[in-house]
Each structure stands twice: as structure tokens, then as C-alpha cells.
Design a binder for this molecule. Structure first.
Ligand SMILES: [Zn+2]
Length: 294
């Protein structure tokens, strides 16, 4: 699964070519991805103008002038390609794994005014596209139970403390709960906990005072979450710039994680002599330093 920073780098790559543009023609080459495409999908998109391209959790949200929102999820293997006559093909976004460019997996095409084509390619077809009335987004089953955006103003230590109050779950599981905060996955939870020096085994409720206020650890954790996500987005952004003209297949995230996937490696916390341990929590690998994460 792409994590939030990957989706955000895709959004930032697509926004300049899609925002404000009319979809001259939408083409669906098959009736379904992970789920069936919406009824009359191509017809409902053709002729519509894209007012803006946003993101909610790991969903891209194209706001249309039809009062509908085109919701797009990359699934396991989805990617977009930007094609324009006379220009190199661009795959916007920074991915941990290379993306397919096989035309057999091009399932949806948006021909935009000005001659740009945005092509959705997805070999495994776990991705999704939906059309939802703008007024129903907040109550839609995909979004109504999702917590605040980790990079948005609605997420802070007080909100986190309130969500964790009385929770008899670990910090790791608490942060992966999409109702607590949107879009955080295994990698960036491990990274944020390491940066905040908090153990993934600690009880989530320990970040809340008896009166329900955030502890200083809660404040540090929120700062760390924002830092690791912003660093990853910036790293993806720089990959995008640095390699845009080289081979056209831009941007794989450089793996400079501090904890994730570093089992037995020395801890990088200044002054810490520990090594990164791996354990399994809720069926997923957790990487952490028992020496400096308490
Ligand atoms: Zn350490």
C-alpha cells in the first residue's frame, strides 16, 4: 500500500496539469478496478472541469464542476502517467516500488484540454475510482469514520490525548487506528515513535493526563508525526525534481528510515547505543529501539 507521503507526492505532481482543466474525454477501458466503476463513469466525467485536486487520507479527490467529487485510490500498484506530445512521459509521485508502464494495464484515461493525457495504470487492480456528490463526502462510508488529517490544523496533541483517553491499546495500534488520525501506516508510525522516543508497546492512554489533557509525550509525538511525513513528502518532491528529466520514471523514495526495516542496525539517536529490534504487533512488523524508546 502506498503511504500518505506517496499519495501526497502523486497529488502534487498531478495538480499542476489537472487543476482548472476540462476533461475533453474520459475513457474507461474496463468496467471495474477493485470495485465496479460508477455507472456511466466516462460520460459523467467527459466535459467536466476539475476545480481542484485534494487529498483525504490516502484518497485523491478531484473536485468537479458537476458538484461531484472524483475519488481515486491507488490500491497496491496504481499510478498515473502524464503524457503530452513532444514531452517526456511523467509518472508523478515518489514510490517505494517501481510502477508499471505496460499499456495493457492502462485502465482509465483522462484527455484534458490542451492535449495532456492523464493515464491510470494498475496491474493488480486494487485501486478504485468513485463519483460522490460533494455534499455527501463527509457522510460517505469511506470517510465518515476517518479521523483528522495528520498535517492539518484539526490534528493536535489535545485531539490525540482525547482520542487515547482510557484506551487499553498500544501506542502502535492506536496510531494505526484511522479513527484517531487519518492515513498513517506502518512505516511512518514506526518512524514517528522512534523520533519521539516513545515505545510502540506503551499504552496509548499514557499520553493523556487524568484530566484528559495531553502529556508532553503527546506533544512530542504530534510534532514527530508531522516531521516524518513532511520529510518524506519533501524527499519525494526532491526526487521528482532531480530525476524528472533523466528517465521519466520518477521518483522512488530514498529509504533513509531511522527505524523501519533496520532490524539489528545501530540506533541513530544521538548518544544511544541501542540497536533496532523487530517485533510483530497485530500481525505487522514493528521496528524500534528498546534503549531510547520508552
Ligand atoms: Zn535508540
Amino acid at each position: 500500500m502506498p503511504e500518505l507521503p506517496e499519495v501526497e507526492t502523486v497529488r502534487r505532481g498531478l495538480a499542476p496539469v489537472m487543476e482548472g482543466k476540462r476533461i475533453d474525454e474520459a475513457i474507461a477501458r474496463r468496467p471495474d478496478l477493485r470495485w465496479p466503476l460508477p455507472e456511466r463513469f466516462a460520460e459523467r466525467l467527459t466535459g467536466r472541469r476539475i476545480l481542484g485536486l485534494g487529498r483525504r487520507a490516502k484518497y485523491l479527490m478531484a473536485d468537479l464542476d458537476s458538484e461531484e467529487v472524483l475519488i481515486m485510490h491507488l490500491g497496491m500498484s496504481g499510478s498515473f502517467r502524464i503524457e503530452q506530445a513532444g514531452w517526456d512521459t511523467l509518472v508523478p509521485g515518489a514510490f517505494a516500488l517501481p510502477r508499471s508502464k505496460l499499456e495493457a494495464h492502462d485502465h482509465v484515461v483522462f484527455r484534458l484540454e490542451g492535449g495532456v493525457e492523464v493515464v491510470y495504470n494498475d496491474p493488480r487492480r486494487f485501486g478504485a475510482m468513485l463519483l460522490v456528490p460533494r455534499a455527501e463526502i463527509e457522510t460517505h462510508p469511506l470517510f465518515r469514520a476517518i479521523g483528522p488529517e495528520p498535517l492539518g490544523n484539526a490534528f493536535d496533541a489535545a485531539i490525540l490525548a482525547a482520542a487515547f483517553q482510557g484506551r487499553k491499546t498500544t501506542l502502535k495500534a492506536g496510531l494505526l487506528d484511522q479513527k484517531v488520525v487519518a492515513g498513517l501506516g506502518n512505516i511512518y508510525v514506526c518512524e514517528a515513535l522512534h523520533r519521539a522516543h516513545l515505545s510502540p508497546l506503551r499504552l496509548a492512554a499514557t499520553l493523556t493526563t487524568p484530566k484528559g489533557r495531553p502529556t508532553r509525550q503527546a506533544v512530542a509525538l504530534v510534532d514527530s508525526i508531522r516531521l516524518v511525513l513532511n520529510d518524506a513528502i519533501m524527499a519525494g518532491g526532491s526526487t521528482l525534481r532531480d530525476h524528472a528529466q533523466v528517465d521519466g520514471t520518477l521518483g522512488y523514495f530514498q529509504h533513509n528510515f531511522r527505524a523501519y526495516d533496520r532490524e539489528d542496525a545501530p540506533c541513530v539517536t544521538p548518544g544511544c547505543e541501542g540497536v533496532i529490534n523487530r517485533l510483530v504487533q497485530n500481525g505487522r512488523s514493528t521496528f524500534y529501539c528498546p534503549s531510547c524508546q520508552k
